[in-house]
Design a protein around this ligand. Structure first.
Ligand code: 48F
Length: 256
């Protein structure tokens, strides 16, 4: 016999138990795209308490869509070892260019991040940060459905030692901090410099180089790095996203 109420209790209780344990953590990551999932995996694997909030129903951000909805991604030579780490199969299309299935890559990133211990919450968006002593000390969250329906429902706050903005092109967390700190980001202008037009070669290197702290205790990775520090976009080549996720994890491991 299958009891509907047991199903309900199983879902509500296990979800809420995990959510309660996530109120205080080491690292909160905003965005479950490739850079956020990759960062979450490396950090969780080392034993850090990692919480990822993803606004959308599904994980992966821009990855599953491949290039113009052709579900393939390209990764360059320097990031090949990260594909291996995630058991993502690929084929060498031309010397130095590896092609992978975007759905396999997305599923593998999500699977490995979860199994490494990252707590991932979809359908929740970060709408603000907490700032104490001029440092980011956590995030303010709400249900995505509340945002979409424009209902006035107060959010709740989750605390962490550092926050990673992995929200992609819109760099939403950095923009909030820029606005509310009066333009005090650690960028040349103190503001979000803004993403530039496509140049894959420059963009891939720029992403990794500018994966860093953008405000005390707020790191940026992936396309958020390009947007915040003013780099070009690169289209459906994903090596930089993976290398950036790995780099931000390594930077944070040195800090906390
Ligand atoms: O956009 P996204 O995939 O960012 P990424 O990891 O990778 C960029 C590439 O996909 C691609 C590219 C490089 O080849 O140009 O675009 O830098 O993933 C960002 C995720 O963050 C979520 C959003 O739904 C997406 O899944 N997100 C955005 N804002 C918020 C958020 C927010 N305020 N709270 C929670 N999640």
């Amino acid at each position: 016999m299958i009891e509907e109420t047991v199903i309900s209790k199983a879902i509500v209780q296990t979800y809420l138990n995990e959510l309660l344990e996530s109120v205080e953590s080491d690292i909160i990551i905003g965005g479950g795209g490739p850079s956020g999932l990759c960062a979450g995996y490396y950090l969780a694997k080392k034993g850090y308490k990692v919480v990822i909030f993803e606004r959308a129903l599904k994980l992966g951000g821009g990855m599953p869509g491949g290039g113009i909805m052709f579900n393939r991604i390209v990764v360059q030579e320097g990031a090949r070892e990260i594909l291996d780490e995630f058991d993502i199969r690929c084929q060498e299309y031309q010397s130095g260019y590896f092609v992978a299935h975007s759905l396999e890559a997305t599923a593998a990133l999500a699977d490995k991040a979860l199994k490494a211990g990252a707590r991932i919450y979809n359908l929740i968006m970060i709408e603000d940060v907490m700032v104490k002593d001029k440092r980011v000390s956590g995030v303010v969250i709400n249900w995505s459905s509340v945002e979409m329906s424009k209902l006035h429902v107060d959010p709740i706050a989750f605390q962490s030692k550092v926050v990673i903005d992995a929200t992609g092109h819109p760099c939403e967390i950095a923009r909030i901090v820029e606005k509310k700190s009066g333009g005090n980001l650690l960028t040349p202008s103190g503001k979000v410099e803004g993403e530039k037009s496509m140049c894959a070669e420059v963009a891939e290197q720029f992403t990794v180089r500018n994966t860093k702290e953008a405000f005390p205790n707020l790191y940026v990775c992936g396309m958020a790095s390009n947007a915040v520090f003013g780099g070009p976009r690169m289209g459906p080549i994903f090596g930089g996203m993976l290398l950036s996720g790995k780099k931000v994890a390594e930077l944070i491991m040195k800090k906390i």
